[in-house]
Structure formats: structure tokens, C-alpha cells
Design a protein around this ligand. Sequence first.
Ligand code: ADP
Ligand code: MG
Length: 450
Amino acid sequence: MQEINNLWNIVLEKLELSVSNVSFVMWFKPLKVVDMTENSTLFLSTKSTFAKNQILKNYFDKLKSATADVFGENVEIEILDPAEEAQYIAKNKPKTATLDVEANKNPFNPKYTFNNYVVGKCNQTAYAAARAVAEKPGKTFNPLFIYGGVGLGKTHLLHAIGNYIREASPKLKIKYVTCEQFTNDYIESLGSASKTKTYSEFRDKYRSCDVLMVDDIQFISKKTSTQEEFFNTFNDLHQYGKQIIISSDRPPKEIETLEERLRSRFTMGLIQDLQSPDFETRVAILRKKCQIEKYSITDEALSYIADKIDSNVRELEGMLSKVCFLSNLIGKTTADLNDVKEAFDDKYEEKNEGGANADQIISAVCEYFDISHADIVGKKKSKDIVEPRMIAIYMISEMLELPLVTIGKIFGGRDHTTIMHARDKITDEMKHNRKTQTFVSEIKKMLTSG
Ligand code: ADP
Ligand code: MG
């Protein structure tokens, strides 16, 4: 079974290259191998009946041909929705091996490379510094501190360094974490009476690496004990010439309540900022994305997007993928200015809201994820219910601006802090998680199309 899963991963890699990122994340990535029978039928499970139907309707040919390339022409594919999956497993008891993808997974997004990074006036020095550090880790600027506003490419640069070093010096141990992960790891290592994750393990993990990257360090500002621990980690690594790379949404001097000694450590190496890209760079970034994601769009349409969105690259990309997704849906091969204008109008309408009420929002979410009303407001804690529930809470809070307590009542009398937690979690995911962004925008579309 492990072998089948490995082959399946190859199928996924092929699909990732042959379809748009949105389609991949929405439809193919969630597929799981349930079984492969002796007469070569591959059973795949989906997250919902909706997903199953979408795949059968729109993507089956692509799926079939990628699978045939890897498993051979004879393979048959059966797609199961969650209910069918449960039945299948009960009846056939396949030897499903849960595969350990986490263990040796590359933490770096393969698309976030130096090659895919567009260099302009706004980022040329940060780019040059990142390259220098990637080429000679520990030998040039240490630490390298990169800061800049949301969506300007900090994470991309960190991953590019990671991808570069992995390739050029595969023996070097690279540790990439967000500040949040570092904090959680540290706290867990302290609290674990169970001895599953001890402090010494934590120390080993962070002090045995050759390159340590901490993304979004600004979140360390209020956590004094984590600051202390990071200070010690920093000193240990630095002393042995290990490379440290840090990103932040602001320069060290503006991170409030940052201990002075840590602030001074951050300024020991090189501090570089990322500015918002100018028009030409924005156009170049959009072109690059088209090339990577295989989008087709007219020049005129591209310039329109670059003109309208002028600060955040993530938004720029989001608009591009939305436009191409929409034009694709109506069967066009190349997106044009009309599609762009429609997408912008849509954005405007989204802000105005189509007048949907909480019930309609909940119904749309239920329909989209193929779950029942009773479950979404009920007590179940399984992931396939919790995620839609949080999305519904987020959408109601964002679109209707109802008080948290009221939303709590709608969701079976939940506490307002629970509601707040769900809302904040999705708000955060909406900033960087393409899948969540797509869910929300598609559900909104269901609402406006009646
Ligand atoms: P940050 O971490 O600063 O919030 P990210 O690194 O996540 O921003 O970048 C947001 C998106 O914009 C990513 O998809 C990234 O690839 C893209 N991006 C940002 N800057 C550039 C650039 N100069 N060239 C190409 N893509 C970029
Ligand atoms: Mg980031």
C-alpha cells in the first residue's frame, strides 16, 4: 500500500503541473487512495459528494490520463464520496496504510524559488542579500533580517533560500518555522509530563541545525519566555557560525516589547526591507505567475489588474487566479478585460453583500460541503464538520457583522469566545490559504447566484 501511495503522489505531481493551482488544490490534492484491487481498480475518496461530482464532471479525463501514465493503461478509477468510502471500507477492509507524508516532506514550497521571484527596485537589495546567504550560509550576513508589509514576498524569499540550499548543499540541516511554531514547540516541550516531547528534544532540534529560519518573528513580541529561549538558541547557533534568517512585518526597532538584547542581536547582521512593487514590477510578477500556473490572459487585462491593485502581491495574484478561474468556468481559454472587470465588480458586490441572511449562508455552506444543518450547528468535532462550521461562522460574522453572542446562539448556544476563535482562525487562513479563499469565494458565488 505504501508503494501505491508513492505512485499516487507521482500522479498528484503530474496533475499539479497540468492544471491550474486552484483546480489542483480544490479537487485533486484532497483525493486519498482507499484501495487498489487486484484487477487494477484504484479507489479514491473525496471529501464530499459535491467534490466527487465536480471531478466526474470536469476533471475525470485529466485524472484518468495522469493515472494511466503512472499505473498503466488498464487501471480503472472509482471515486467514492464519504458515505461510499465508509461502506467500502466496512465491506472490503482494505489494508490502507496511512502514509507518513510529514516525516521527510520538503518544508519549502517548490514554486517559491529565486527563479520565480521577480526582482525590481522594491526588492533588489533584499533579493541580493537572500541569494548571498543562500550561496554561502553562515558566511556573509548573519543574521539576515528581512522585513516588509503583508504579501510582499518575505515567505517566498525564505523558501527560495531553503530550496536553494537543499539543492546546493543537501547535507545541511535546515529548520524553517513560523514564530508561532517555535513558540508552540517550546511551550509543549516544557509542559510535557508524558515525556513525549521533552525540552532536551526541543533544544536538539533547534540547535543541531545549520540554518534556522523564523518567519514572522514579530509575533514573539509579547512572549517573554519564548524571547529568552530564542535568545539562547540564537547565541548558540550564531557562535558556531550557523546561519539565521528572520522575517518580520516591521523592523526590529518597531517590534514592541522586544527585549533590548534580542533587538541588538537582530541588528548584528544585515537588515533589508521589501517595498511595494511599482507598476512594471507588478506586471512582471503577473506574467511570471501566468507562466507558472499556465494561465492565459490578454495583456490589456493583465495591465488592468496591475493598475488596480498596487500594494500587496498576494492580492494581485489572488485577483489573477480568480479572473482565470472565472473565465475558465465559462469555457474561455484566454481571460480578457471583460472577465477582469467582472471579477472586480464581484469584489465590490461582495463587500456590499447580496442581502443573504444567516440561514442562507449556513444553507449554502452545508450544500457546498455536503453536510447537514444539524451537524453544522451541532456538537460534532470531526474535521469535515468543524472546518465548514468555522467557515460559516466567519462568513456570517464578516458579511452580516452580527455580534458574537448572537452568532453563538445560531450555532447551538456556543460561547462567544468559541465563535471569536473560529472567526479569527479563518480570517487568518484567508490571508494565505488558497483553499480557504476559494471555498469562501465559491460559497459567496452560490449566495449571489441565488
Ligand atoms: P509575505 O510573507 O511577505 O506576507 P509572501 O512571501 O507569502 O508574502 O508572498 C505572497 C505571494 O506573492 C506569494 O505567492 C509570492 O510568491 C508572491 N510574491 C511576492 N513577491 C513576489 C515577487 N517579487 N515575485 C514573484 N512573486 C512574488
Ligand atoms: Mg509570510
